[in-house]
Design a protein around this ligand. Structure first.
Ligand SMILES: [Zn+2]
Length: 315
C-alpha cells in the first residue's frame, strides 16, 4: 500500500535486486512520478501502488527525474510506452545521460578509467536496468516552480555534487523534500552486499546540498534509498553525511601528511582498508578523488597530473 506523506503525495516501495528504493507519486491535475526507477519498476511495483490509489500507469503524465542515474531514469521508456503523452522533466546537465545510455556510461565511468576499469558485468547490468531511453521534454531550472494543479507546487533546487544536474524537489504545501540521491549519510545500505560508498564528485557541492536540506523547512524527507524520514531522522542523516565527509577528509590528510605523496589508487586502497564496510567500485574512486581535490582546494596539498594524479602534502 502506498504511504501517504501529505494530501495527494505518496511513496511506493520499489526495491530492485538488493537495493532499497522509494518512488514518489503526486496526484494533482497532473499525475506525476518522481524517479520511476529501473526498467522493471513501473510494471512490477509502481502499477500495483497506483492501482491502490485508483490510478494506472497510463494516467501518469509527468515524470520528474532528480538526476541521470540508471536507477532513477531507467523506468522512463516503460512509462512512455504506457502513456505516449508523458512529459519527462530533468535538469539540462543530466539530460544527455538520461537520453543516451552510451553517453551516460562514457561520461560517468570514463574519467575513472585511469584508476578503475568496470567489469563487463557492471556495464551490462546498467544497460539492462536502463531499458529504452526517451527524450527529456522540458529542462528544469534552479528556482523554478512546477505546478501540478490542485495546490501541488514543487520548488526545484539545483544541487550538483552527486551528479552535475541533480535537483531536489520541495513540495511547498506538504513541506515534503525529495532528495533523490543527494542525501547519502554513510552510503546506501544494500541488503546482501557491502554498502555503496557515498558518491560525489565535489565536496563543496555536496556540502551545499546538505546546507539546503538543513535549511529548506522540510517536515518529511523522501529519500530514494533510505526510506521516508521525519525531519528529525533527516537531520540525523545530514549529520551523518557531514561526519562521513569530515572523517574521510581527516583520514586522507593524515595519510598524506605521513606519506608525503599519495596516488589516487593508494588513497582509495587506504580508505577501503580503514572502512571495510565498503567495496571497490566507481563511487569510492570518484568520491576519494573529490576528497583529494578538496585537500588541494583548502591549500593542504598540490596535485601533479602526469602520468596520472599524484597528491603531495604541502601544508
Ligand atoms: Zn544516483
Amino acid at each position: 500500500m502506498p504511504e501517504q506523506l501529505a494530501d495527494g503525495v505518496y511513496a511506493i516501495e520499489a526495491q530492485f535486486e538488493d537495493v532499497p528504493m522509494q518512488v514518489y507519486v503526486i496526484v494533482g491535475d497532473s499525475v506525476a512520478v518522481i524517479d520511476p526507477g529501473v526498467v522493471t519498476t513501473p510494471e512490477h511495483q509502481l502499477a500495483a501502488g497506483l492501482k491502490e490509489l485508483g490510478l494506472s500507469l497510463a494516467q501518469v503524465d509527468t515524470v520528474l527525474v532528480t538526476h541521470g542515474h540508471h536507477d532513477h531514469f531507467g523506468g522512463n521508456g516503460v512509462m512512455k510506452a504506457h502513456n505516449p503523452n508523458l512529459r519527462v522533466l530533468a535538469h539540462a546537465h543530466d539530460a544527455a545521460w538520461i537520453q543516451d545510455v552510451d553517453r551516460y556510461l562514457a561520461e560517468s565511468l570514463g574519467p575513472l578509467a585511469p584508476y578503475w576499469t568496470p567489469p563487463a558485468a557492471h556495464t551490462d547490468r546498467i544497460r539492462r536496468l536502463c531499458g529504452d531511453t526517451v527524450a527529456v521534454d522540458e529542462v528544469l531550472e534552479h528556482g523554478q516552480t512546477i505546478d501540478l494543479g490542485r495546490g501541488h507546487r514543487l520548488h526545484v533546487e539545483h544541487i550538483p555534487g552527486h551528479t552535475d544536474g541533480h535537483v531536489a524537489f520541495f513540495h511547498e504545501r506538504g513541506k515534503v523534500l525529495f532528495t533523490g540521491d543527494a542525501l547519502q549519510g554513510h552510503g546506501t545500505p544494500l541488503l546482501r552486499r557491502p554498502d555503496f560508498y557515498p558518491n560525489y564528485s565535489s565536496v563543496t557541492d555536496y556540502e551545499r546540498s546538505l546546507d539546503y536540506f538543513a535549511a529548506c523547512g522540510a517536515e518529511i524527507v523522501g529519500t530514494a534509498h533510505a526510506n521516508v524520514c521525519t525531519a528529525h531522522r533527516g537531520a540525523q542523516i545530514i549529520a551523518d553525511s557531514r561526519i562521513h565527509l569530515a572523517g574521510v577528509q581527516d583520514f586522507l590528510a593524515a595519510r598524506l601528511r605521513e606519506a608525503g605523496r599519495l596516488t589516487r589508487p593508494e588513497a582509495v586502497a587506504a580508505v577501503l582498508e580503514a572502512w571495510p564496510r565498503y567495496r571497490m567500485g566507481p563511487n569510492v574512486v570518484r568520491s576519494v578523488g573529490a576528497q583529494l581535490d578538496n585537500l588541494v582546494t583548502v591549500g593542504s596539498a598540490r596535485r601533479h597530473d602526469e602520468p596520472s594524479a599524484i597528491y603531495e602534502w604541502i601544508a
